[in-house]
Design a protein around this ligand. Structure first.
Ligand SMILES: NC(=O)C1=CN([C@@H]2O[C@H](COP(=O)(O)OP(=O)(O)OC[C@H]3O[C@@H](n4cnc5c(N)ncnc54)[C@H](O)[C@@H]3O)[C@@H](O)[C@H]2O)C=CC1
Ligand SMILES: O=C(O)C(=O)[C@H](O)COP(=O)(O)O
Length: 368
């Protein structure tokens, strides 16, 4: 069996060689001619699987090491008999770590207490639920909007997008990018949405850039309708809007899901899918593990105040990544490809924890 894999997917090399003939190609090499003889692909979100690329190839299975799958023309795949699979939930905890660390960063910068602030979550799937869990543990009130889930499960626990706009102090989007159907998310945060916004909320996009309309978002920011912007996903990546970069309080190059743990989960999910599809045992799958952090022990006594917040920022510091993007906005893709993937909380042990810190620590998943 022939596999072609994106050579920027971590923790894959040395594993797939044991059961397949595998070639690694760069995202730039991802063309029809290069992939046409493969049986299976292992891709990332920057490898666009369009009809043009796929038509006339021998590909039977596409696996993407990501949650989102808007880079795959799934309608064409279904018509052409090409199976495809994403990696559901693989990096949901990474996005939650990013959101909490970014909120803490801005709360310290602006001297604002987040406890009892209302967080409106739009899209409450794997990521939205993980964000809800950590932000609730941190003491925030949660509003949830998810019309597709509401249709299936009933209205209890869900609110309208209008309520999110009117009542939230912070609004965070965790929807897939979709362009058709009654729940299409393209430009969900548009002029009409910002017209309903009341409390000058912070605005977070860590899902897909085109879920917001950049022009409308910039206007909302300029007019003080929204206040702080946390932007990880941008329209037209990697060619990001420099005015939005300037307007954002935290700006990162689409790395919210880039924890080492999330990457390993994504790689493992792809291998598992290939194993199941082609009925091959993948013995080395257990070797797909992220490396230990450089400093796996965090001594809380080293911090004079906001000790748990400092511990969170020790695992992932959005300001470091923000600086890298501002210094080189045109290197968006290379910043992503050469990123130093942080570990999630479970890779760290907290020392000298106090009784009142245990609840949050355990909920985030730190060891103690
Ligand atoms: N920045 C990053 O690195 C990452 C970005 N993502 C993005 O986040 C998205 C969400 O990920 P998951 O939560 O794992 O997906 P999921 O499929 O588990 O959940 C998405 C939720 O959004 C809801 N939804 C769909 N349309 C909606 C609408 N119009 N309004 C409100 N809710 C709507 C769905 O019903 C579902 O519950 C992914 O599709 C991906 O695009 C995911 C991981 C990392
Ligand atoms: O999982 C997703 O969906 C994401 O947005 C990923 O974080 C994107 O990762 P890459 O495709 O850039 O590896």
């Amino acid at each position: 069996m022939k596999i072609i894999a994106d050579n920027t997917i971590p923790y894959l090399q040395g594993i797939a060689e044991t059961f397949a003939e595998i070639s690694y190609i760069s995202p730039e090499e991802f063309t029809h001619d290069r992939i046409k003889n493969a049986d299976a692909l292992i891709i990332r979100s920057i490898d666009k699987c369009t009809q043009q690329i796929l038509e006339g190839t021998s590909i039977k299975l596409i696996t993407t090491a990501t949650i989102g799958f808007d880079h795959i023309d799934t309608a064409y795949c279904d018509k052409a008999g090409i199976a495809w699979a994403n990696a559901p939930g693989c990096n949901a905890d990474s996005v939650a770590q990013y959101v909490l660390a970014s909120l803490i960063t801005l709360s310290i910068r602006n001297n604002i207490d987040l406890k009892n602030k209302t967080l409106g979550i739009v899209g409450v799937g794997h990521v939205g639920k993980a964000v809800e869990r950590v932000c609730k543990a941190y003491g925030m009130n949660i509003l949830r909007n998810d019309p597709p889930r509401e249709e299936q499960e009933g209205s209890a626990g869900f609110v309208s997008l209008k309520t999110i706009a009117e009542e939230s102090d912070i609004i965070t989007f965790h929807v897939p990018y979709t362009v058709s159907g009654i729940h299409a998310t393209k430009h969900l945060a548009n002029e009409a949405f910002f017209a309903e916004v009341k409390k000058k909320p912070w605005f977070i996009n860590t899902c897909r850039g085109a879920v917001h309309d950049t022009t409308a978002l910039l206007r909302a920011k300029r007019e003080g309708i929204v206040s702080e912007l946390i932007i990880d996903c941008w329209e037209n990546e990697p060619h990001i809007d420099l005015q939005l970069l300037d307007a954002a309080s935290i700006a990162t190059p689409h790395i919210a899901g880039f924890s080492a743990d999330g990457k390993a989960n994504g790689t493992r999910a792809c291998l598992q899918t290939i194993g199941n599809f082609f009925r091959i045992p993948i013995e080395k799958i257990g070797e797909v593990v992220p490396p230990l952090p450089e400093e796996p022990v965090i001594d809380l006594d080293l911090f004079t105040s906001r000790r748990m917040e400092q511990a969170v920022l020790k695992t992932f510091c959005p300001e470091t990544v923000d600086r890298m993007l501002r210094n080189a906005p045109h290197d968006f893709e290379s910043l992503r490809n050469n990123y130093n993937h942080p570990r999630e909380y479970k890779a760290y042990t907290l020392l000298n924890i106090k009784e009142e810190e245990i609840f949050l620590s355990d909920l985030l998943g730190f060891n103690r």
